[in-house]
Design a protein around this ligand. Structure first.
Ligand code: A3P
Length: 345
């Protein structure tokens, strides 16, 4: 009899214990999943996209985890299928301008959980050989993303290449186009500095900037020099405007992106109809680099490569004055067309 009662008591204790452990496990799992469902930071209703632009929290959550692995090629086909990942054509392209800060802009936009960047410059639209490979080739060059994320690529040669506007229009006539510009003379010197560095690396000599930028016969600005031509922003933009209305462009101030990146990025978020997610936390000034660097989270941060932010050679002040005078009327036209005014001299 006593033995039977003890067995019954043990049975009851076992059932109660199992119930307690079960409830505890349920609570742990529930709290965990709730935590995972929380958005990274609260969504501001003002810029919240609607309809098909809506970004599911799930996509935002996985941006730095699984997606990162997938982009590094560490995903199995099964994982790609399970997570509904796709390689999407870009919905926005940074088309230029070379040395305007295109890399910094792309990397900074990639801080946004709904943006996925194509790491390499693809040169699909400006390179005939690549273009001949077709749009599927281009799409396959894109990183994996969730369907509601935006893929962005940058190839600064697009801005100045004759055939590109028509080709992009044929792919997507409503694509969003980003152009990052700097004060034209500084941009031209930056362009020259990059070429100069390439020559020096190959132990080659190169002309001084002054010699290239000024025609020795006329003593006028040498408009045949590519670094000068590229800085005539309005001439290039006018070609693009034959295909796209001005509303499809957003002009980024590349000089301000260097000194004060956040407001420039917030303007881009707005243009792309993205909820504002890039914050001051994501950007910190690195005194050694002399530039803002990126902070993705508590463990992962990075600065741009050393090839970004080169020291420019000193240029004769009379040449700088001549160039600034030359660019002035083109700049005025550029302000007028874009509706964005800069304090360029
Ligand atoms: P300089 O090398 O003349 O300083 P691009 O990526 O289009 O080639 O542009 C390069 C320019 O990006 C650099 O030009 C640099 O000034 C600018 N830039 C803007 N923000 C930067 C950042 N956070 N880190 C490094 N370079 C940055």
């Amino acid at each position: 009899m006593l033995f039977k009662q003890q067995a019954l008591l043990r049975q009851k204790l076992f059932v109660l214990g199992s119930l307690a452990i079960g409830s505890l496990l349920y609570l742990v799992a529930r709290v965990g999943s709730l935590d995972r469902l929380q958005p990274i930071c609260p969504v501001d209703g003002r810029f919240r996209p609607h309809g098909q632009d809506e970004i599911p929290f799930r996509a935002l959550q996985f941006k730095r985890g699984l997606l990162h692995e997938f982009r590094k090629g560490n995903a199995t086909k099964e994982q790609i299928r399970l997570h509904n990942l796709v390689q999407q054509l870009p919905r926005a392209i940074i088309i230029g301008v070379r040395k305007g800060g295109t890399r910094a802009l792309l990397e900074m936009l990639n801080l946004h959980p709904a943006v996925v960047k194509a790491s390499q410059e693809i040169h699909f639209f400006d390179n005939d050989e690549n273009y001949a490979k077709g749009i599927e080739w281009y799409r396959k060059k894109m990183p994996f993303s969730y369907p509601h994320q935006i893929t962005i690529e940058k190839s600064p040669a697009y801005f100045i290449t004759e055939e590109v506007p028509e080709r992009i229009y044929k792919m997507n006539s409503s694509i969003k186009l980003l152009i990052i510009v700097r004060e034209p003379t500084t941009r031209a010197i930056s362009d020259y500095t990059q070429v100069l560095e390439g020559k020096e690396r190959k132990n080659k000599t190169y002309y001084k900037f002054e010699k290239l930028a000024i025609d020795p016969n006329t003593c006028e600005v040498n408009t045949k020099y590519k670094a000068v031509r590229t800085s005539i922003y309005t001439k290039h933009l006018e070609r693009w405007l034959k295909y796209f209305p001005i509303e499809q462009f957003h002009i980024v101030d590349g000089d301000r992106l260097i000194t004060e990146p956040l407001p420039e990025l917030q303007l881009v978020e707005k243009f792309l109809n993205l909820p504002p997610r890039i914050s001051q936390y994501n950007l910190y000034f690195n005194a050694t680099r002399g530039f803002y660097c990126l902070r993705f989270n508590i463990v992962f941060n990075k600065c741009l490569a050393g090839s970004k932010g080169r020291i420019h050679p000193e240029v004769d002040s009379s040449v700088i004055t001549k160039l600034r005078k030359f660019f002035h009327p083109f700049n005025q036209k550029f302000y007028q067309i874009t509706g964005r005014t800069f304090n360029w001299p």
